[in-house]
Design a protein around this ligand. Structure first.
Ligand SMILES: Nc1ncnc2c1ncn2[C@@H]1O[C@H](COP(=O)(O)OP(=O)(O)OP(=O)(O)O)[C@@H](O)[C@H]1O
Ligand SMILES: [Mg+2]
Length: 303
């Protein structure tokens, strides 16, 4: 079915709640292959919970989710391993392990999925990803506490890229960065997306990011995705929250900024395949997710 092949992530009828608090109810979403999909919504609307549910770290009350055509809900980590190693995740707040160096952090997914990989090869892959994420090569032996906020994000990105993913989940990657650092990070994501043919699920509060690099934007409100489309399509909907979001003072500033920079990426790229060879075991993403939870509480990303 050609049309289905273009949908990398499909969410249907999702319901999530914590006790009495219902976060999502009847949430549907499609993420297309090769796109950068921006996900926006007020703080606490459940963007991070949505991401965690899609990658199987959170079990919903109801709903169906497939990624690469495979269901991700309620599967044991070991069952879903073929799907899980095809994506990379940058959690809100970075979620680096503070007792590990940058290179060791990047090696965590390698260890998780390719346990028998020789140490020398692991080191080589880690140092390659460190450079790919735009860090100086000598950042590898440093500990997270020795890095600036922007460098931590890049280290988190290097870890997300460790397995040559086809799909990248980024939760507030530019939160807390200065505007120049954030713009540089946007360009890095756009160029990685283009050269590696990635599909990107990008949660952000950052209007500059939305305008500069997203193909479409999904808006979370009222426990659902209330609309998905290009920013122009969303604005045309006349929804009060969307209007305020994109046409308020910060939205106008983002439009002005966008007009000043050339659009560096063509729309829609065919995702390149990155074959994986070795079988392994899975627990590290859960650990990263838990670390992210501890880390990200209360960090609402704005810049
Ligand atoms: N593990 C949890 N236990 C209980 N409540 C939770 C848990 N995780 C999230 N929540 C609640 O779910 C709601 C949505 O949280 P989520 O982190 O997804 O928001 P968000 O849209 O990502 O917000 P932000 O933009 O601030 O990151 C919040 O009210 C949050 O307190
Ligand atoms: Mg969040």
């Amino acid at each position: 079915m050609a049309e289905q092949d273009d949908i990398l992530i499909q969410v249907r009828g999702l319901r999530n709640s914590f006790g009495e608090q219902v976060i999502h109810d009847g949430l549907d979403l499609d993420v297309r292959k090769g796109e950068i999909l921006g996900v926006v919504g007020g703080s606490g609307t459940g963007k991070s919970v949505l991401m965690r549910t899609i990658i199987g770290l959170q079990t919903p009350d109801q709903g169906e989710i497939t990624v690469f055509g495979q269901p991700t809900i309620g599967r044991e980590a070991t069952e879903a391993i073929d799907v899980r190693k095809r994506w990379g995740v940058l959690f809100q707040g970075g979620a680096l392990f503070s007792t590990l160096t940058v290179a060791e952090n990047v090696a965590v997914p390698l260890r998780e999925f390719y346990r028998d990989l020789p140490q020398a090869l692991m080191d080589e892959v880690a140092s390659y990803k460190v450079v790919m994420a735009g860090l100086p090569a000598d950042a590898g032996p440093k500990y997270p506490a020795e890095l600036s906020g922007g460098m931590k994000k890049r280290a988190g990105l290097a870890r997300a890229l460790a397995l040559d993913p086809e799909l990248l989940f980024l939760d507030e990657p530019t939160a807390g960065l200065d505007p120049i650092g954030a713009a540089a990070f946007d360009q890095l994501i756009a160029s990685l997306q283009k050269t590696l043919g990635l599909t990107v699920f990008l949660i952000t509060h950052d209007l500059d990011t939305l305008y500069a690099i997203c193909d479409r934007v999904a808006v979370l409100a009222d426990k659902k995705v209330i609309a998905v489309g290009t920013i122009d399509e969303l604005i045309a909907l006349d929804h009060p929250w969307i209007e305020e979001y994109f046409k308020g003072p910060r939205g106008r500033a983002a439009v002005a900024a966008k007009d000043e920079v050339a659009d560096i990426r063509p729309r829609s790229a065919d995702a390149a395949r990155h074959p994986t060879e070795v079988e392994a075991h899975a627990t590290g993403q859960q650990a990263q997710g838990n670390a992210a939870d501890a880390h990200a509480r209360g960090e609402a990303g704005t810049r």
